[in-house]
Ligand binder design. Structure first.
Ligand code: HEC
Length: 386
């Protein structure tokens, strides 16, 4: 039962997820279904989360020694309680020379190697790296365009750079000090049923069908790498029969257990976007019947289940998950170390970088999930400093 490997169970114990999903020996994933977003790994099943019993993040007792994460109103589900004890410790020296560290930061945030912003210090310190990374981030919107964040978003949504023309200036919003996950998933857009970056036309058109949307969302949200069908081929969306909605047609096509066992893992988030046709246009009806964009979604990290009627009520539930929080950190970490030139691809990042990922998730949580805190944490990671 290889699908069990999709769950992130053990990542919980490791605080941050590290591994890559690999299908058996042939590692067919990378070749067939796209990106090398890492993160989901290992075997294990759902947990016993009770989402209703939320643990308020931070609460009153921030013993972390850093800025308090309390007061955000952010309520992650119970399996996330470890994150409320988030700490951040930069790695101890020795560090790479400032010119090397700057080169990494520049490629990560500015997407190419620019001349240093100001004189380089004699020696690298984590404080300098964090400071200069935030300076660079401010420059991306002020001067040369938001290159690093835009590259991340395009990769995260599996869009070709040319297709990443968003209605909303997400990079500009990201560099403000708001909760990045809440922002990306739960910002209302123009038009009915549009909420969050997954209802951007750029995403809906690049991923036009239920399964392609669901698979892309699962990868983005929790680095869930979807294995291709056993034979290695992926079918085109079925053509609905007269009077049949495309959801009914897909459900009929994948109704046998051998298909359903895999499709049920990633089709549900795709259902939530059924109010948008393959051109990303809003619709209320499909084949003469009201669109059914409702469903049931099992969160991989802890096995908790969400019920939703559409993206409108799914988005806020997703935004509060620990799995999406860790998934976002991992996706950013992967993007950053690859952009910085430290690894050829996310698949090349060794397992033991889990410690460094945990460090960055600590920084993100202490910073109330702001993108600036994440960028700073990455600049102060072992990968960037050593
Ligand atoms: C191991 C996982 C897995 C299994 C098993 C599997 N599929 Fe899929 N299937 C996928 C993935 C992943 C996609 C979407 C690929 C993408 O991102 O474009 C997909 C896409 C499809 C699509 C296109 C649907 C759409 O909305 O884009 C059809 C049709 C389909 N599969 C039919 C089947 C049938 C029939 C079976 C059983 C004989 C089956 N699949 C078994 C993983 C699986």
């Amino acid at each position: 039962m290889q699908f069990r490997s999709l769950f992130l169970g053990p990542c919980l114990a490791a605080v941050a997820c590290s591994g890559r999903y690999e299908v058996g020996a042939e590692n067919a994933v990378a070749g067939s279904v796209g990106t090398a977003s890492s993160g989901s790994s290992a075997s294990g099943g759902g947990g016993s989360a009770r989402p209703s019993e939320g643990a308020s993040l931070g609460g009153g007792s921030s013993s972390a020694g850093g800025p308090s994460a309390g007061g955000t109103g952010l309520v992650l589900n119970e399996s996330c309680s470890f994150m409320s004890q988030a700490t951040f410790q930069p790695p101890p020296p020795p560090y790479a020379p400032p010119s090397v560290v700057w080169g990494r930061i520049s490629r990560f945030i500015l997407d190419r190697e620019w001349a240093p912003l100001g004189e380089l210090p004699a020696e690298t310190t984590p404080e300098w790296a964090g400071y200069i990374a935030l300076q660079a981030l401010a420059q991306t919107t002020a001067r040369i365009g938001p290159t690093g964040p835009l590259r991340f978003l395009a990769g995260w949504l599996q869009l070709r750079p040319d297709d990443a023309a968003f209605e909303v200036n997400w990079p500009a919003l990201l560099v403000s000090d708001v909760d990045a996950i809440e922002l990306l998933l739960n910002t209302p857009l123009n038009g009915p049923q549009r909420v969050g970056i997954f209802s951007e036309p750029a995403f809906l058109v690049s991923h036009p069908s239920i399964s392609t949307r669901g698979a892309a969302m699962s990868r983005a949200l929790w680095n869930q790498e979807i294995p291709p069908p056993p034979t290695g081929f992926i079918l085109p969306p079925p053509t609905p029969l007269p009077g049949q909605s495309r959801r009914e047609s897909l459900d009929a096509a994948v109704s046998q257990a051998s298909c359903h066992g895999c499709h049920e893992l990633f089709d549900p988030p795709g259902y939530a976007l059924e109010h948008f046709n393959e051109l990303g246009q809003y619709r209320e009806q499909d084949a003469g019947n009201p669109v059914d964009s409702s469903g049931e979604l099992v969160v991989p990290l802890d096995g908790s289940t969400f019920y939703y009627t559409s993206m409108l009520d799914l988005a806020p539930q997703l935004a509060n998950t620990c799995a999406a929080t860790l998934g976002f950190v991992n996706a950013n970490y992967d993007d950053a170390v690859v952009a910085a030139g430290l690894f050829e691809s996310a698949y090349a990042i060794p397992e033991d970088y889990a410690v460094d990922r945990a460090r960055v998730s600590g920084a993100f949580m202490l910073g109330e999930r702001s993108y600036r805190a994440l960028v700073k944490g990455i600049a102060q990671s072992e990968a960037f400093l050593r």
